[in-house]
Ligand binder design. Sequence first.
Ligand code: PNS
Length: 161
Amino acid sequence: MTKAVYPGSFDPLTFGHLDIVERCVRLFDRVVVSILTNPAKEALFSVEERCDMIDKAVRKRFPNVEVDVFHGLLVDYAREKDAQVIVRGIRAVTDYEYEFQMALMNRRLAPGIETVFMMPAEHYSYLSSRLVKEIASLGGSVEGLVPPQVEKRLKKKFRKS
Ligand code: PNS
């Protein structure tokens, strides 16, 4: 059985992330979408909120996908989950340098775990959670970039502040 972890901040989940999940389920028997809890990095959504948004988006559609939370070293977590693969989405060449460095460092720490890079559909290649948050915070539309339930939460978040 091949198991992959797809780690990230997912603050919030976008259609770009979901596109990668969709590609993963075709390749791996089990996929764990893993949210990093990082107290040093300020997030817009709490881990619980992020978990809930991902769960809502994947539960019915992809039965072989689970949502989980991790902290500490990614490779330790991947080992704990018995995953052979770490999946990372790559959008543009600019992502590559950081991802390359991280993949090689992870390989040094855990030679048995392979990082697999996946490209989302071209129309998501300019999409990022950071831009989605910026647009939503300034009252712009994020329709078609995130699932409707995430759109609603973004609206609510920025109405409050
Ligand atoms: O969505 P992001 O913020 O780009 O995801 C980054 C993530 C979570 C994959 C990365 O920060 C990570 O793996 N953090 C866990 C700590 C770790 O293992 N650091 C060493 C990496 S070589």
